[in-house]
Design a protein around this ligand. Sequence first.
Ligand code: SF4
Length: 276
Amino acid sequence: MRASFSRIGAFSFCAKKYEYRYVLEAPAPQRPELAFGVAIHSALEENFRGKMETRRDLPVEEVVAAFHRHLSAGLSSVPEDYLRGAADPHYLRGMGEHLLDRFMKERAPGLMPAPRGVEEPFRLPIPGGHEITGKFDLLDTDWVLHDFKTSSRPYDARKADPTQLVIYAWACERIFGRVPKALCFDVFVKGDGADGLVDLQPPVVVPTPTPEVMAKVARRIQLQLDGIARVEAEGLFPRAFPPTRCNWCEFQSPCLQEWEQAGRPAPSRIFLESLV
Ligand code: SF4
């Protein structure tokens, strides 16, 4: 099967959500958090794509204007009901401006993108006839691979999923002939966590996994994809949570309806490790 890191992550989060998104390809209302994340990514992409040619950052105002443009386009398909509290469009705009202003002043001047180092797509063959697809955000000329993240809380490097790190390291090796020196998470903490913190977290740098770890993870990814393919063939995708509590999920409405019709079956989570 062909899968991205986010597809594998979606399965381990909730098999039912995976079914809605990837198997049934069910339409879902756009979430404001997603529109915000995409707008931050797109604004940074415009800056670094330009910088590959000019070797200079865009003025902050241009990056913020690009963010506004992408955010307005993304929010236009978000239901009105979702645009409240921490998802109020004025709040999202102000927060994005603040975070990008800091990034462009504090972080961007020290980052020079490598040629082909911005939003480069990749496809990696995995034993068992599988394929991993993806795109990395930025490879800089110091061979550090950056992943821009918008998150409700600061990122804890100790909890970094080695699968993502290994996939990026392979991608870099395949495209550029060598593994990156390190992986860096640039985390925009977006104020909708319990403490309301809005912050540009100091860079979270994780060393590239060793060849032994990479070989181990490769084997595990293959077995996980074998397992997901088996679950797909059986067509049984349990809910990981009682859907009454899943207010963040874009499929909550159909999931609730089907759950009620099925007599409220008990939730059960499929752990990817148990598929291996
Ligand atoms: S509402 Fe909850 S249980 Fe249902 S698909 Fe979404 S995350 Fe899974």
